[in-house]
Design a protein around this ligand. Structure first.
Ligand code: FAD
Length: 563
Protein backbone atom coordinates (compact mmCIF):
# COMPACT_ATOMS: atom_id res chain seq x y z
CA UNK A 1 0.00 0.00 0.00
CA UNK A 2 1.16 3.56 -0.67
CA UNK A 3 3.15 5.67 1.73
CA UNK A 4 0.72 8.15 3.23
CA UNK A 5 1.57 11.82 3.69
CA UNK A 6 -1.39 12.48 5.94
CA UNK A 7 -4.38 10.69 7.37
CA UNK A 8 -7.89 11.51 8.53
CA UNK A 9 -11.19 9.79 9.19
CA UNK A 10 -13.14 11.60 6.48
CA UNK A 11 -11.86 13.42 3.42
CA UNK A 12 -14.36 15.83 1.89
CA UNK A 13 -13.56 16.80 -1.69
CA UNK A 14 -14.90 20.21 -2.73
CA UNK A 15 -16.13 23.18 -0.70
CA UNK A 16 -19.67 23.81 -1.93
CA UNK A 17 -22.62 23.85 0.46
CA UNK A 18 -23.05 20.06 0.38
CA UNK A 19 -19.39 19.34 1.01
CA UNK A 20 -19.17 21.72 3.95
CA UNK A 21 -22.38 20.34 5.45
CA UNK A 22 -20.89 16.85 5.24
CA UNK A 23 -17.70 18.06 6.93
CA UNK A 24 -19.62 19.80 9.69
CA UNK A 25 -21.76 16.78 10.51
CA UNK A 26 -18.79 14.40 10.29
CA UNK A 27 -16.85 16.55 12.74
CA UNK A 28 -19.77 16.72 15.15
CA UNK A 29 -19.99 12.93 15.10
CA UNK A 30 -16.43 12.79 16.32
CA UNK A 31 -14.74 12.10 13.00
CA UNK A 32 -11.48 13.82 12.13
CA UNK A 33 -12.29 15.61 8.90
CA UNK A 34 -10.36 17.35 6.13
CA UNK A 35 -11.82 19.51 3.36
CA UNK A 36 -9.89 20.03 0.12
CA UNK A 37 -10.73 22.47 -2.65
CA UNK A 38 -9.21 22.57 -6.12
CA UNK A 39 -9.36 26.32 -6.75
CA UNK A 40 -7.92 29.22 -4.77
CA UNK A 41 -11.40 30.19 -3.48
CA UNK A 42 -13.88 28.20 -1.46
CA UNK A 43 -17.61 27.88 -2.08
CA UNK A 44 -17.85 26.68 -5.69
CA UNK A 45 -21.02 27.40 -7.61
CA UNK A 46 -22.85 27.26 -4.28
CA UNK A 47 -21.16 30.54 -3.33
CA UNK A 48 -22.27 32.41 -6.44
CA UNK A 49 -25.78 30.96 -6.36
CA UNK A 50 -28.99 32.21 -4.83
CA UNK A 51 -28.21 29.92 -1.90
CA UNK A 52 -31.83 28.81 -1.79
CA UNK A 53 -32.73 25.31 -0.65
CA UNK A 54 -35.99 23.48 -1.35
CA UNK A 55 -36.92 21.60 1.79
CA UNK A 56 -40.41 20.11 2.14
CA UNK A 57 -41.86 20.09 5.68
CA UNK A 58 -39.16 22.50 6.84
CA UNK A 59 -39.44 23.79 10.41
CA UNK A 60 -40.11 27.37 9.31
CA UNK A 61 -43.23 26.68 7.28
CA UNK A 62 -45.69 27.32 10.08
CA UNK A 63 -44.01 30.65 10.85
CA UNK A 64 -44.91 31.89 7.36
CA UNK A 65 -48.45 30.59 7.51
CA UNK A 66 -48.03 27.45 5.42
CA UNK A 67 -48.46 23.75 5.97
CA UNK A 68 -46.93 20.68 4.42
CA UNK A 69 -46.81 16.93 4.91
CA UNK A 70 -44.39 14.20 3.94
CA UNK A 71 -47.14 12.49 1.94
CA UNK A 72 -47.82 15.58 -0.16
CA UNK A 73 -44.14 16.23 -0.72
CA UNK A 74 -43.45 12.65 -1.80
CA UNK A 75 -46.48 12.64 -4.12
CA UNK A 76 -45.27 15.87 -5.67
CA UNK A 77 -41.66 14.80 -6.24
CA UNK A 78 -42.81 11.42 -7.57
CA UNK A 79 -45.18 13.15 -9.99
CA UNK A 80 -42.67 15.67 -11.32
CA UNK A 81 -39.92 13.04 -11.64
CA UNK A 82 -42.41 10.81 -13.51
CA UNK A 83 -41.75 7.83 -11.28
CA UNK A 84 -38.16 7.57 -12.51
CA UNK A 85 -36.62 7.70 -9.04
CA UNK A 86 -37.97 4.69 -7.18
CA UNK A 87 -35.08 3.65 -4.97
CA UNK A 88 -36.04 5.42 -1.73
CA UNK A 89 -33.99 8.58 -2.24
CA UNK A 90 -37.10 10.75 -2.53
CA UNK A 91 -38.48 9.41 0.75
CA UNK A 92 -35.05 9.79 2.39
CA UNK A 93 -34.85 13.41 1.25
CA UNK A 94 -38.28 14.30 2.58
CA UNK A 95 -37.67 12.46 5.85
CA UNK A 96 -34.19 13.80 6.59
CA UNK A 97 -34.18 17.16 4.79
CA UNK A 98 -35.88 19.22 7.46
CA UNK A 99 -33.96 17.39 10.18
CA UNK A 100 -30.61 18.27 8.58
CA UNK A 101 -31.53 21.94 8.24
CA UNK A 102 -32.88 22.15 11.77
CA UNK A 103 -29.66 20.58 13.01
CA UNK A 104 -27.59 23.20 11.19
CA UNK A 105 -29.67 26.01 12.66
CA UNK A 106 -29.30 24.62 16.18
CA UNK A 107 -25.63 23.75 16.04
CA UNK A 108 -24.00 26.14 13.59
CA UNK A 109 -24.13 29.67 12.25
CA UNK A 110 -26.31 28.71 9.29
CA UNK A 111 -29.75 30.36 9.28
CA UNK A 112 -32.61 30.17 6.81
CA UNK A 113 -36.06 31.65 6.38
CA UNK A 114 -38.89 30.06 4.44
CA UNK A 115 -40.14 31.97 1.41
CA UNK A 116 -43.89 32.14 1.80
CA UNK A 117 -44.62 33.19 -1.76
CA UNK A 118 -41.94 31.39 -3.77
CA UNK A 119 -44.10 28.77 -5.39
CA UNK A 120 -42.98 25.27 -6.29
CA UNK A 121 -42.08 25.17 -9.98
CA UNK A 122 -45.16 23.04 -10.77
CA UNK A 123 -47.61 24.19 -8.08
CA UNK A 124 -50.61 22.80 -9.96
CA UNK A 125 -49.27 19.22 -9.81
CA UNK A 126 -50.65 16.96 -7.05
CA UNK A 127 -48.85 17.79 -3.79
CA UNK A 128 -47.43 21.05 -5.18
CA UNK A 129 -47.45 24.16 -2.97
CA UNK A 130 -47.82 27.88 -3.65
CA UNK A 131 -44.82 28.62 -1.41
CA UNK A 132 -43.01 27.79 1.86
CA UNK A 133 -40.75 24.95 0.75
CA UNK A 134 -37.99 27.19 -0.60
CA UNK A 135 -35.73 28.65 2.05
CA UNK A 136 -33.24 31.48 1.69
CA UNK A 137 -30.13 31.95 3.80
CA UNK A 138 -30.21 34.97 6.09
CA UNK A 139 -27.61 37.68 5.42
CA UNK A 140 -24.22 37.12 7.01
CA UNK A 141 -21.62 39.66 8.14
CA UNK A 142 -18.36 39.07 6.25
CA UNK A 143 -16.40 40.41 9.22
CA UNK A 144 -17.05 37.10 10.95
CA UNK A 145 -14.89 35.43 8.31
CA UNK A 146 -11.81 37.53 9.07
CA UNK A 147 -9.03 36.85 6.59
CA UNK A 148 -11.05 34.08 4.97
CA UNK A 149 -13.27 36.68 3.32
CA UNK A 150 -10.57 37.13 0.66
CA UNK A 151 -10.87 33.44 -0.14
CA UNK A 152 -14.65 33.29 -0.44
CA UNK A 153 -15.65 33.03 -4.11
CA UNK A 154 -17.09 36.37 -5.30
CA UNK A 155 -20.85 36.57 -5.84
CA UNK A 156 -22.23 36.46 -9.35
CA UNK A 157 -22.41 39.96 -10.88
CA UNK A 158 -25.99 39.11 -11.84
CA UNK A 159 -26.98 39.20 -8.16
CA UNK A 160 -25.49 42.62 -7.38
CA UNK A 161 -27.04 46.06 -7.65
CA UNK A 162 -24.92 48.31 -9.87
CA UNK A 163 -22.39 45.48 -10.07
CA UNK A 164 -21.35 45.75 -6.43
CA UNK A 165 -24.14 45.98 -3.83
CA UNK A 166 -25.63 42.80 -2.44
CA UNK A 167 -29.37 42.17 -2.08
CA UNK A 168 -31.49 39.48 -0.55
CA UNK A 169 -33.84 37.52 -2.81
CA UNK A 170 -36.82 39.38 -1.35
CA UNK A 171 -35.21 42.75 -2.00
CA UNK A 172 -34.29 41.78 -5.55
CA UNK A 173 -37.87 40.83 -6.27
CA UNK A 174 -39.23 44.20 -5.11
CA UNK A 175 -36.64 46.03 -7.20
CA UNK A 176 -37.29 43.86 -10.26
CA UNK A 177 -40.69 45.38 -10.97
CA UNK A 178 -40.43 48.48 -8.81
CA UNK A 179 -42.89 47.06 -6.31
CA UNK A 180 -44.23 49.02 -3.32
CA UNK A 181 -41.42 50.78 -1.46
CA UNK A 182 -38.79 50.26 -4.16
CA UNK A 183 -37.35 53.78 -3.93
CA UNK A 184 -36.79 53.50 -0.19
CA UNK A 185 -35.36 50.04 -0.64
CA UNK A 186 -32.90 51.24 -3.28
CA UNK A 187 -31.71 53.91 -0.90
CA UNK A 188 -31.42 51.36 1.89
CA UNK A 189 -29.24 49.05 -0.22
CA UNK A 190 -27.02 51.96 -1.22
CA UNK A 191 -26.79 53.21 2.38
CA UNK A 192 -25.95 49.73 3.66
CA UNK A 193 -23.08 49.63 1.20
CA UNK A 194 -21.65 53.09 1.76
CA UNK A 195 -21.98 53.27 5.52
CA UNK A 196 -19.26 50.58 5.71
CA UNK A 197 -16.99 53.51 5.06
CA UNK A 198 -13.67 52.25 6.45
CA UNK A 199 -13.94 49.12 4.35
CA UNK A 200 -14.97 51.09 1.26
CA UNK A 201 -11.49 52.59 1.23
CA UNK A 202 -10.04 49.06 0.86
CA UNK A 203 -12.46 47.28 -1.37
CA UNK A 204 -15.57 47.61 -3.50
CA UNK A 205 -16.77 44.23 -2.26
CA UNK A 206 -19.89 44.35 -0.07
CA UNK A 207 -19.48 42.86 3.41
CA UNK A 208 -23.23 42.42 3.82
CA UNK A 209 -23.28 38.89 2.44
CA UNK A 210 -26.48 37.49 0.98
CA UNK A 211 -27.62 34.48 -1.07
CA UNK A 212 -25.00 31.80 -1.74
CA UNK A 213 -22.22 33.93 -0.28
CA UNK A 214 -24.12 34.15 3.03
CA UNK A 215 -24.70 30.41 3.13
CA UNK A 216 -21.11 29.50 2.32
CA UNK A 217 -19.70 32.08 4.74
CA UNK A 218 -21.91 30.75 7.54
CA UNK A 219 -20.81 27.19 6.80
CA UNK A 220 -17.16 28.15 6.56
CA UNK A 221 -17.28 30.05 9.89
CA UNK A 222 -19.00 27.09 11.50
CA UNK A 223 -16.16 24.86 10.32
CA UNK A 224 -13.56 27.35 11.53
CA UNK A 225 -15.30 27.35 14.94
CA UNK A 226 -14.71 23.60 14.94
CA UNK A 227 -11.16 23.90 13.61
CA UNK A 228 -11.94 21.72 10.61
CA UNK A 229 -9.16 22.45 8.13
CA UNK A 230 -9.82 23.54 4.56
CA UNK A 231 -6.97 23.27 2.05
CA UNK A 232 -7.25 25.38 -1.09
CA UNK A 233 -5.40 24.72 -4.37
CA UNK A 234 -5.70 21.04 -3.59
CA UNK A 235 -7.41 18.79 -6.11
CA UNK A 236 -8.46 15.21 -6.08
CA UNK A 237 -6.53 13.30 -8.71
CA UNK A 238 -7.57 9.72 -7.99
CA UNK A 239 -9.00 7.46 -5.33
CA UNK A 240 -6.99 4.68 -3.74
CA UNK A 241 -8.73 1.36 -3.25
CA UNK A 242 -7.72 -1.74 -1.35
CA UNK A 243 -9.74 -4.93 -1.45
CA UNK A 244 -12.78 -3.19 -2.85
CA UNK A 245 -12.70 -0.40 -0.27
CA UNK A 246 -11.62 3.22 -0.72
CA UNK A 247 -8.80 3.80 1.76
CA UNK A 248 -7.40 7.10 0.58
CA UNK A 249 -6.92 9.59 -2.17
CA UNK A 250 -4.15 11.06 -4.24
CA UNK A 251 -4.36 14.84 -4.26
CA UNK A 252 -2.30 17.50 -5.97
CA UNK A 253 -1.59 20.41 -3.64
CA UNK A 254 0.17 23.42 -5.15
CA UNK A 255 1.66 21.09 -7.76
CA UNK A 256 2.86 18.41 -5.30
CA UNK A 257 1.32 14.98 -4.89
CA UNK A 258 -0.24 14.39 -1.48
CA UNK A 259 -1.48 10.92 -0.46
CA UNK A 260 -4.14 11.08 2.21
CA UNK A 261 -5.27 7.99 4.05
CA UNK A 262 -8.96 7.97 4.87
CA UNK A 263 -9.78 5.67 7.76
CA UNK A 264 -13.56 5.94 7.38
CA UNK A 265 -14.59 7.46 4.10
CA UNK A 266 -14.31 9.93 1.23
CA UNK A 267 -17.19 12.28 0.40
CA UNK A 268 -17.04 13.53 -3.19
CA UNK A 269 -18.68 16.95 -3.37
CA UNK A 270 -16.64 18.30 -6.26
CA UNK A 271 -19.48 19.51 -8.48
CA UNK A 272 -20.43 18.28 -11.93
CA UNK A 273 -18.67 18.22 -15.30
CA UNK A 274 -20.19 21.33 -16.85
CA UNK A 275 -16.79 22.85 -17.50
CA UNK A 276 -15.39 19.78 -19.25
CA UNK A 277 -15.90 20.10 -23.01
CA UNK A 278 -14.81 16.51 -23.72
CA UNK A 279 -17.39 15.09 -21.31
CA UNK A 280 -20.09 17.41 -22.67
CA UNK A 281 -19.33 16.19 -26.18
CA UNK A 282 -19.46 12.60 -24.98
CA UNK A 283 -22.66 12.74 -22.91
CA UNK A 284 -24.83 15.75 -23.74
CA UNK A 285 -27.29 16.44 -26.51
CA UNK A 286 -25.46 18.50 -29.13
CA UNK A 287 -24.43 21.18 -29.53
CA UNK A 288 -23.25 21.65 -25.94
CA UNK A 289 -20.46 23.95 -24.84
CA UNK A 290 -18.73 24.37 -21.52
CA UNK A 291 -18.51 28.12 -22.01
CA UNK A 292 -22.32 28.39 -22.03
CA UNK A 293 -22.30 27.44 -18.35
CA UNK A 294 -23.10 29.98 -15.64
CA UNK A 295 -20.71 28.29 -13.20
CA UNK A 296 -17.09 28.99 -12.25
CA UNK A 297 -14.58 27.16 -14.47
CA UNK A 298 -13.44 24.45 -12.03
CA UNK A 299 -16.11 21.76 -12.12
CA UNK A 300 -14.58 19.48 -14.71
CA UNK A 301 -15.98 16.14 -13.59
CA UNK A 302 -12.76 15.07 -11.81
CA UNK A 303 -14.57 13.28 -9.00
CA UNK A 304 -17.04 11.62 -11.34
CA UNK A 305 -14.17 10.20 -13.37
CA UNK A 306 -12.32 9.14 -10.21
CA UNK A 307 -15.43 7.18 -9.20
CA UNK A 308 -15.84 5.68 -12.67
CA UNK A 309 -12.23 4.48 -12.52
CA UNK A 310 -13.23 2.31 -9.54
CA UNK A 311 -16.18 0.81 -11.38
CA UNK A 312 -18.87 3.19 -10.13
CA UNK A 313 -21.96 3.45 -12.28
CA UNK A 314 -23.44 6.74 -13.49
CA UNK A 315 -26.90 8.06 -14.33
CA UNK A 316 -28.50 11.09 -15.98
CA UNK A 317 -25.26 11.97 -17.75
CA UNK A 318 -27.17 13.49 -20.67
CA UNK A 319 -29.05 15.91 -18.38
CA UNK A 320 -28.17 19.15 -16.64
CA UNK A 321 -29.62 21.75 -14.37
CA UNK A 322 -30.22 23.52 -17.66
CA UNK A 323 -30.70 27.26 -17.75
CA UNK A 324 -30.81 29.69 -20.65
CA UNK A 325 -27.67 31.83 -20.48
CA UNK A 326 -26.25 34.86 -22.24
CA UNK A 327 -22.68 35.86 -22.99
CA UNK A 328 -21.27 39.07 -21.57
CA UNK A 329 -17.99 40.19 -23.07
CA UNK A 330 -15.13 39.85 -20.61
CA UNK A 331 -17.00 37.77 -17.99
CA UNK A 332 -15.67 34.37 -16.85
CA UNK A 333 -19.08 32.72 -16.97
CA UNK A 334 -22.39 33.32 -18.72
CA UNK A 335 -25.38 34.95 -17.06
CA UNK A 336 -28.46 32.85 -16.51
CA UNK A 337 -31.84 34.32 -17.40
CA UNK A 338 -33.92 33.14 -14.43
CA UNK A 339 -36.60 35.80 -14.27
CA UNK A 340 -36.74 38.25 -17.16
CA UNK A 341 -38.38 35.79 -19.56
CA UNK A 342 -41.49 35.83 -17.36
CA UNK A 343 -41.94 39.58 -17.60
CA UNK A 344 -44.46 41.06 -20.01
CA UNK A 345 -43.30 42.37 -23.39
CA UNK A 346 -40.83 39.70 -24.49
CA UNK A 347 -40.89 36.47 -26.48
CA UNK A 348 -38.39 33.76 -27.31
CA UNK A 349 -38.07 32.67 -30.93
CA UNK A 350 -36.14 30.23 -33.09
CA UNK A 351 -34.40 31.03 -36.38
CA UNK A 352 -37.75 30.76 -38.20
CA UNK A 353 -39.03 33.60 -36.01
CA UNK A 354 -41.45 31.26 -34.22
CA UNK A 355 -42.11 30.83 -30.52
CA UNK A 356 -41.56 27.29 -29.27
CA UNK A 357 -41.92 27.42 -25.48
CA UNK A 358 -43.66 29.19 -22.60
CA UNK A 359 -41.01 31.83 -21.94
CA UNK A 360 -41.89 31.87 -18.21
CA UNK A 361 -41.35 28.12 -17.76
CA UNK A 362 -38.76 26.90 -15.23
CA UNK A 363 -35.24 27.43 -16.63
CA UNK A 364 -34.50 23.74 -16.95
CA UNK A 365 -37.61 23.24 -19.12
CA UNK A 366 -36.59 26.13 -21.37
CA UNK A 367 -33.39 24.40 -22.39
CA UNK A 368 -35.12 21.04 -22.78
CA UNK A 369 -37.48 22.82 -25.19
CA UNK A 370 -34.53 24.42 -26.99
CA UNK A 371 -33.06 20.97 -27.66
CA UNK A 372 -36.36 19.23 -28.44
CA UNK A 373 -37.33 21.85 -31.02
CA UNK A 374 -33.92 22.35 -32.58
CA UNK A 375 -34.09 21.43 -36.26
CA UNK A 376 -32.77 22.64 -39.58
CA UNK A 377 -34.49 25.80 -40.73
CA UNK A 378 -35.87 26.38 -37.23
CA UNK A 379 -32.79 26.38 -35.01
CA UNK A 380 -33.46 26.91 -31.32
CA UNK A 381 -29.92 26.28 -30.00
CA UNK A 382 -29.26 29.18 -29.82
CA UNK A 383 -32.53 31.09 -29.77
CA UNK A 384 -33.42 34.75 -29.26
CA UNK A 385 -35.16 36.82 -26.63
CA UNK A 386 -37.01 39.62 -28.42
CA UNK A 387 -38.43 42.65 -26.59
CA UNK A 388 -39.58 46.16 -27.29
CA UNK A 389 -38.68 49.61 -26.02
CA UNK A 390 -41.21 49.47 -23.16
CA UNK A 391 -39.72 46.25 -21.83
CA UNK A 392 -36.22 47.68 -22.19
CA UNK A 393 -37.18 50.80 -20.24
CA UNK A 394 -39.00 49.04 -17.43
CA UNK A 395 -37.15 45.81 -16.69
CA UNK A 396 -33.65 44.42 -16.28
CA UNK A 397 -32.57 41.78 -18.77
CA UNK A 398 -29.46 39.72 -18.12
CA UNK A 399 -26.57 42.14 -17.94
CA UNK A 400 -28.78 45.14 -18.80
CA UNK A 401 -30.20 47.29 -16.04
CA UNK A 402 -33.62 48.73 -16.86
CA UNK A 403 -33.44 51.62 -19.31
CA UNK A 404 -34.81 54.07 -16.73
CA UNK A 405 -31.67 53.43 -14.66
CA UNK A 406 -29.28 52.91 -17.55
CA UNK A 407 -30.45 54.05 -20.98
CA UNK A 408 -28.70 52.73 -24.10
CA UNK A 409 -26.85 56.03 -24.43
CA UNK A 410 -25.11 55.41 -21.09
CA UNK A 411 -24.32 51.71 -21.42
CA UNK A 412 -20.72 50.68 -20.69
CA UNK A 413 -18.81 49.66 -23.79
CA UNK A 414 -18.61 45.93 -23.01
CA UNK A 415 -22.41 45.76 -23.12
CA UNK A 416 -22.73 47.16 -26.64
CA UNK A 417 -22.29 43.68 -28.06
CA UNK A 418 -24.74 42.15 -25.55
CA UNK A 419 -27.81 42.86 -27.67
CA UNK A 420 -28.98 43.85 -31.13
CA UNK A 421 -31.30 46.76 -31.69
CA UNK A 422 -33.30 48.01 -34.69
CA UNK A 423 -36.08 50.46 -35.48
CA UNK A 424 -38.26 47.80 -37.05
CA UNK A 425 -38.83 44.11 -36.46
CA UNK A 426 -37.86 43.30 -40.05
CA UNK A 427 -34.55 45.06 -39.65
CA UNK A 428 -33.95 43.34 -36.29
CA UNK A 429 -34.63 39.93 -37.87
CA UNK A 430 -32.14 40.54 -40.63
CA UNK A 431 -29.52 41.78 -38.15
CA UNK A 432 -29.69 38.53 -36.19
CA UNK A 433 -30.19 36.34 -39.24
CA UNK A 434 -33.66 34.96 -38.52
CA UNK A 435 -36.72 34.78 -40.77
CA UNK A 436 -38.34 38.24 -40.83
CA UNK A 437 -41.76 37.24 -42.16
CA UNK A 438 -41.90 34.43 -39.58
CA UNK A 439 -41.14 36.88 -36.80
CA UNK A 440 -43.79 39.35 -38.03
CA UNK A 441 -46.41 36.58 -38.19
CA UNK A 442 -45.47 35.40 -34.71
CA UNK A 443 -45.82 38.89 -33.28
CA UNK A 444 -49.14 39.54 -35.00
CA UNK A 445 -50.56 36.55 -33.26
CA UNK A 446 -48.71 37.06 -29.97
CA UNK A 447 -49.71 40.71 -29.68
CA UNK A 448 -53.40 39.97 -30.05
CA UNK A 449 -53.18 37.16 -27.49
CA UNK A 450 -51.28 39.49 -25.15
CA UNK A 451 -53.99 42.16 -25.49
CA UNK A 452 -56.55 39.57 -24.46
CA UNK A 453 -54.30 38.34 -21.62
CA UNK A 454 -54.35 34.70 -22.70
CA UNK A 455 -51.51 32.83 -24.39
CA UNK A 456 -53.40 30.20 -26.39
CA UNK A 457 -50.18 28.68 -27.73
CA UNK A 458 -47.87 28.14 -24.75
CA UNK A 459 -49.95 29.27 -21.74
CA UNK A 460 -47.48 31.91 -20.56
CA UNK A 461 -48.77 33.29 -17.29
CA UNK A 462 -51.28 30.52 -16.61
CA UNK A 463 -49.26 28.91 -13.83
CA UNK A 464 -48.81 30.51 -10.44
CA UNK A 465 -45.09 29.87 -10.91
CA UNK A 466 -45.02 31.94 -14.13
CA UNK A 467 -46.66 34.82 -12.32
CA UNK A 468 -44.14 34.83 -9.45
CA UNK A 469 -41.72 36.73 -11.68
CA UNK A 470 -44.40 38.55 -13.67
CA UNK A 471 -45.17 42.23 -13.23
CA UNK A 472 -48.20 42.43 -10.89
CA UNK A 473 -49.08 45.91 -12.18
CA UNK A 474 -49.77 44.48 -15.63
CA UNK A 475 -53.26 43.01 -15.88
CA UNK A 476 -55.05 40.74 -16.66
CA UNK A 477 -51.92 38.65 -17.24
CA UNK A 478 -48.76 39.85 -15.44
CA UNK A 479 -46.59 37.90 -17.91
CA UNK A 480 -48.08 39.21 -21.16
CA UNK A 481 -47.85 42.51 -23.01
CA UNK A 482 -47.74 43.20 -26.74
CA UNK A 483 -44.39 44.19 -28.29
CA UNK A 484 -45.26 47.35 -30.16
CA UNK A 485 -42.91 50.15 -29.32
CA UNK A 486 -39.73 50.66 -31.36
CA UNK A 487 -36.84 50.23 -31.09
CA UNK A 488 -36.88 46.46 -30.84
CA UNK A 489 -34.19 44.36 -29.18
CA UNK A 490 -32.77 40.85 -29.41
CA UNK A 491 -30.50 39.00 -26.97
CA UNK A 492 -28.97 35.68 -27.99
CA UNK A 493 -29.74 32.77 -25.66
CA UNK A 494 -27.51 29.72 -25.30
CA UNK A 495 -28.43 26.28 -24.02
CA UNK A 496 -26.54 26.83 -20.78
CA UNK A 497 -26.63 25.37 -17.31
CA UNK A 498 -26.10 26.13 -13.64
CA UNK A 499 -24.30 22.81 -13.18
CA UNK A 500 -24.66 19.31 -14.58
CA UNK A 501 -26.87 16.79 -12.79
CA UNK A 502 -25.58 13.50 -14.17
CA UNK A 503 -23.00 11.74 -12.07
CA UNK A 504 -22.22 8.81 -9.84
CA UNK A 505 -25.28 6.78 -8.92
CA UNK A 506 -25.78 6.77 -5.15
CA UNK A 507 -28.17 5.17 -2.67
CA UNK A 508 -30.24 6.57 0.21
CA UNK A 509 -27.06 6.98 2.29
CA UNK A 510 -25.19 8.74 -0.57
CA UNK A 511 -23.00 5.65 -1.04
CA UNK A 512 -21.57 5.31 -4.54
CA UNK A 513 -22.87 2.23 -6.35
CA UNK A 514 -21.34 -0.15 -8.86
CA UNK A 515 -23.17 -1.50 -11.92
CA UNK A 516 -24.54 -4.35 -9.86
CA UNK A 517 -25.97 -1.91 -7.30
CA UNK A 518 -23.48 -2.85 -4.56
CA UNK A 519 -21.91 0.10 -2.73
CA UNK A 520 -18.20 0.86 -3.00
CA UNK A 521 -17.18 0.79 0.65
CA UNK A 522 -15.84 4.09 1.94
CA UNK A 523 -17.04 6.14 -1.04
CA UNK A 524 -19.86 8.71 -0.99
CA UNK A 525 -20.97 11.29 -3.57
CA UNK A 526 -23.21 14.33 -3.15
CA UNK A 527 -24.27 17.46 -5.02
CA UNK A 528 -23.58 17.46 -8.72
CA UNK A 529 -20.93 14.75 -8.42
CA UNK A 530 -23.87 12.41 -7.81
CA UNK A 531 -26.70 11.70 -10.23
CA UNK A 532 -29.59 13.88 -9.09
CA UNK A 533 -32.42 12.38 -7.03
CA UNK A 534 -34.66 14.89 -8.79
CA UNK A 535 -34.37 13.00 -12.08
CA UNK A 536 -34.62 15.32 -15.04
CA UNK A 537 -36.73 17.95 -13.31
CA UNK A 538 -36.46 20.90 -10.91
CA UNK A 539 -39.28 20.73 -8.34
CA UNK A 540 -38.70 24.13 -6.73
CA UNK A 541 -36.14 26.85 -6.03
CA UNK A 542 -33.28 25.19 -4.18
CA UNK A 543 -33.59 21.71 -5.68
CA UNK A 544 -29.87 21.37 -6.26
CA UNK A 545 -28.32 22.78 -3.09
CA UNK A 546 -31.05 21.30 -0.85
CA UNK A 547 -30.25 17.69 -1.77
CA UNK A 548 -26.49 18.44 -1.86
CA UNK A 549 -26.62 19.54 1.79
CA UNK A 550 -29.04 16.90 2.98
CA UNK A 551 -27.18 14.00 1.39
CA UNK A 552 -23.90 15.49 2.62
CA UNK A 553 -25.39 15.33 6.10
CA UNK A 554 -26.60 11.77 5.47
CA UNK A 555 -23.23 10.65 4.12
CA UNK A 556 -21.52 11.79 7.32
CA UNK A 557 -24.09 9.95 9.43
CA UNK A 558 -23.64 6.79 7.44
CA UNK A 559 -19.86 6.94 7.71
CA UNK A 560 -20.25 7.30 11.45
CA UNK A 561 -22.79 4.48 11.73
CA UNK A 562 -20.80 2.15 9.48
CA UNK A 563 -18.04 2.19 12.11
P1 FAD B 1 -20.09 23.40 -6.16
O1 FAD B 1 -20.83 24.28 -5.24
O2 FAD B 1 -19.65 23.98 -7.46
O3 FAD B 1 -18.82 22.91 -5.36
C1 FAD B 1 -17.88 22.06 -5.97
C2 FAD B 1 -16.48 22.48 -5.54
O4 FAD B 1 -15.59 21.42 -5.85
C3 FAD B 1 -15.98 23.70 -6.29
O5 FAD B 1 -15.51 24.65 -5.37
C4 FAD B 1 -14.84 23.16 -7.17
O6 FAD B 1 -13.80 24.08 -7.36
C5 FAD B 1 -14.40 21.97 -6.35
N1 FAD B 1 -13.71 20.94 -7.14
C6 FAD B 1 -13.93 20.55 -8.42
N2 FAD B 1 -13.09 19.56 -8.77
C7 FAD B 1 -12.33 19.29 -7.67
C8 FAD B 1 -11.28 18.39 -7.41
N3 FAD B 1 -10.81 17.54 -8.34
N4 FAD B 1 -10.72 18.39 -6.17
C9 FAD B 1 -11.16 19.26 -5.21
N5 FAD B 1 -12.15 20.14 -5.42
C10 FAD B 1 -12.74 20.15 -6.63
N6 FAD B 1 -29.20 25.96 -6.80
C11 FAD B 1 -30.06 25.95 -5.76
O7 FAD B 1 -30.40 24.89 -5.25
N7 FAD B 1 -30.55 27.13 -5.26
C12 FAD B 1 -30.25 28.34 -5.79
O8 FAD B 1 -30.68 29.37 -5.28
C13 FAD B 1 -29.38 28.36 -6.92
N8 FAD B 1 -29.07 29.53 -7.52
C14 FAD B 1 -28.12 29.54 -8.51
C15 FAD B 1 -27.73 30.77 -9.04
C16 FAD B 1 -26.71 30.82 -9.99
C17 FAD B 1 -26.31 32.16 -10.57
C18 FAD B 1 -26.07 29.62 -10.40
C19 FAD B 1 -24.93 29.65 -11.38
C20 FAD B 1 -26.45 28.40 -9.86
C21 FAD B 1 -27.49 28.34 -8.94
N9 FAD B 1 -27.91 27.13 -8.39
C22 FAD B 1 -28.82 27.13 -7.37
C23 FAD B 1 -27.26 25.86 -8.77
C24 FAD B 1 -26.28 25.45 -7.67
O9 FAD B 1 -25.51 26.56 -7.30
C25 FAD B 1 -25.35 24.31 -8.05
O10 FAD B 1 -26.03 23.29 -8.73
C26 FAD B 1 -24.75 23.74 -6.75
O11 FAD B 1 -24.17 24.78 -6.00
C27 FAD B 1 -23.74 22.68 -7.01
O12 FAD B 1 -23.22 22.27 -5.76
P2 FAD B 1 -22.00 21.29 -5.70
O13 FAD B 1 -21.62 21.15 -4.28
O14 FAD B 1 -22.28 20.06 -6.47
O15 FAD B 1 -20.85 22.04 -6.49
Amino acid sequence: SPKWDQSCDVLVVGSGAGAMTAALRAHDLGLQTLVVEKSDRFGGTSAISGGGIWVPCNHRIAAVGGQDSAEEAIRYIRAVTHGEIDDGRIEAYVEHGHRAIEYLEQHSRVRFEAQEAYSDYYPEVDGGKPGYRSMDPLPFDARELGEDFQRLREPSPATLMMGRMTMTMKEARVLLCRGPGWVGLTLKVIWRYWRDLGWRLHSRRDRFLTLGNALIAALRCSLTDRQVPLTLNCRLERLIEENGRVVGAELVHDGCILRVQTRRGVVLGAGGFERNQVMRAQYHPQPSRSDWSATPPYNTGDAIRAGQALGATTALMDHSWWAPTTHVEGEEKQRPLFVERALPGCIMVNSAGQRFVNEAAPYTDIVYAMYENNREGATSVPCWLIFDADFRRKYPCGALLPGYAMPDSRLPKHLHSYFHKADSLGELASKIGIDASGLLRTLDRFNSMAEAGKDQDFKKGDSLFDRYYGDPTVQPNPCLAPLVKAPFYAVKIDAGDIGTKGGLLTDVHARVLRDDNTPIAGLYAIGNTAASMMGRTYPGAGSTIGPAMVFGFRAAEHIHAAG
